[in-house]
Ligand binder design. Structure first.
Ligand code: ADP
Length: 177
């Protein structure tokens, strides 16, 4: 007679989500999306885009280093870089979901287009959206850089490891100009 034995059940595959972006620099908005994503997925891979067309404040290596510092405490969060087609990279790491954050209506149109295009390219990969937190829905990397460069205090909206580097980088830039 066959009896159900939990030990004979095959291991469930890891659920891996890919969270792509520029992260120039990582903000607390990004951090909350990753942490909330981790409640749903076994592993979240934060993928910093090697997007040469975007002018960035931090190099790709610096952005990766900052993010690795911030997420070092959780072995279920990896920080990598990618270039080329997002869905190809997702497949190469075994991700079955793309994780994205939605702040406002303004994000919706672009995110909807991207999700639809990625669905056309890879119907087996789902885009999962998390609504931005009430505390960070107004935070963007662009605005953080702008406010900090004008001397505004952004310490509550970026991780401490990012804040120190941001202030140092902006001071260096100011000295050079
Ligand atoms: P991109 O270069 O694609 O704009 P970002 O690094 O700015 O990349 O953002 C990556 C993802 O994180 C996007 O889905 C974006 O909507 C989301 N995101 C950015 N800031 C926040 C925030 N404050 N709250 C929630 N999601 C956010």
């Amino acid at each position: 007679m066959l009896t159900a034995s939990p030990s004979l059940r095959p291991e469930a595959p890891l659920r891996i989500a890919l969270y792509p972006g520029s992260f120039d620099p990582l903000t607390r908005g990004h951090v909350t999306i990753v942490q909330r994503g981790r409640r749903i997925f076994d592993e979240v891979v934060v993928a910093v885009a090697r997007n040469v067309s975007k002018k960035s404040l931090f190099t790709i290596d610096e952005r990766v280093e900052m993010a690795r510092d911030v997420f070092a405490h959780d072995s279920g969060i990896r920080v990598e870089t990618f270039d080329g087609l997002l869905v190809d990279y997702a497949r190469s790491i075994g991700a079955t979901a793309l994780l994205r954050g939605l702040r406002a209506v303004a994000d919706f149109e672009y995110e909807n287009q991207m999700a639809s295009m990625n669905h056309m390219l890879a119907p087996d990969i789902e885009t999962v959206f998390l609504m931005a937190d009430a505390n960070t829905f107004f935070v963007s990397s662009r605005l953080v850089k702008e406010v900090a460069s004008l001397g505004g205090d952004v310490s509550t909206v970026v991780p401490a490891a990012v804040h120190d580097r941001l202030i140092a980088r902006l001071a260096k830039q100011k000295g050079e100009s």
